[in-house]
Design a protein around this ligand. Sequence first.
Ligand code: NAD
Length: 417
Amino acid sequence: MSPDRTNPWEMAQRQFFEAAEAMGLDDNMRRVLSQPKRELIVHFPVEMDDGRIEVFHGYRVQHNIARGPAKGGIRYSPDVTLDEVRALAMWMTWKTAVVGIPFGGAKGGVQVDPRKLSHRELERLTRRFATEISILIGPDRDIPAPDVHTNPQVMAWIMDTISMHKGYSVPGVVTGKPIEIGGSRGRNEATSQGALYVTLEALPRVGLNINDAKVSIQGFGNAGSIAARLFHEAGATIVAVSDSQGGIYNPRGLDVQKLLEVKRETGSVVHYPDGDKMGSADVLEVPCDILIPAALEDQITEENADRIQARMVVEAANGPTTPEADRILHDKGILVLPDILANAGGVTVSYFEWVQDLYSFFWDEERVKSELKAIMKRAYHAVFEIVDQKKVLPRTAAYILAIQRVVDATRIRGIYP
Ligand code: NAD
């Protein structure tokens, strides 16, 4: 991790303690909930195509399982750390609690740049990592899903590996699978669809209409590119987007269909012809109404928060805003829809996928969307009721709601033995 990067685990803990303070949580519960329940570190060999054996390092952290099986994605990234995975696992606990689905929180990661591996190498790495963490995962225990640089194919390999170990198909061990092997309709779009639903609920708070809204998006992967399409279809104008190679800005609007084509054909949105090229992070600072960070953690910081011009920040990414930046944005009158609410659509449809797998009864897309909409709207209003009652930041309100649900479950179950 670069020395100037905020440690995500410290950030997650600070957010927790801030909310714990605001809700007057007792010291016992603070001690219980501020630590992960289980952490597994694995070092595992993979044979590369040229016969070399590489040893990779991976993690699976379960933060809390008081409300149900652990749930959370797996990311492949060269600089993923245990602290990053811990933070993401804790955020999953709060996220599943905010939307009221019966899961705990977990996350996994492997230190690897998957773009440097062949398809077969990626498959071998995935199957071996799945085997290493098989002592923790399972439909009743801990259910991974895609995250940064993992996708439905990676989930299919994990599902197949666990199924081979068991001797029968275990579709419920992962979500975000291809439809052909028990995936849910609407899962690919779910994160961005959920972000759109809560944005539409929040727009009146800042006096905005979606048809007049200019949107800037950092990150053009699963979350970012689908957000571009869905916000555009809902009536907004996408004025800027970026990926790891750079960004593109046009105040008159970008053609989303063309952006998707350019990304597919050239590997980056920077080759989009009709706009000003800029750095990956510059899209955070362009004039817009809705800013959607959809890339990585630690993007809106003390350093750049003051230059943000949006009226609303919708956190499709996990942990994009530091606590200092949160305060600066609030003081500037910018409404932040916090990650554990704004991007909870992904895990919500993962929950639907798991339910469908357990029942072997599959829903059509309309049902997925309408159930998702109901859950996102309910969660949004529960969070903003706390914002209005307690006069706290939306993030703190979302934490208060989530922590209280986990505390209630923990108290009712009791501390074993
Ligand atoms: P992805 O791998 O599909 O896409 C990540 C995108 O971010 C890529 O376009 C990449 O080029 C870009 N990127 C990387 N570094 C960047 C930088 N410095 N500046 C600009 N862009 C950069 O990943 P994803 O699934 O879309 O996840 C993105 C974020 O959303 C992550 O924080 C993830 O945890 C969060 N999230 C994703 C889901 C989901 O269902 N996919 C659900 C909840 C939260």
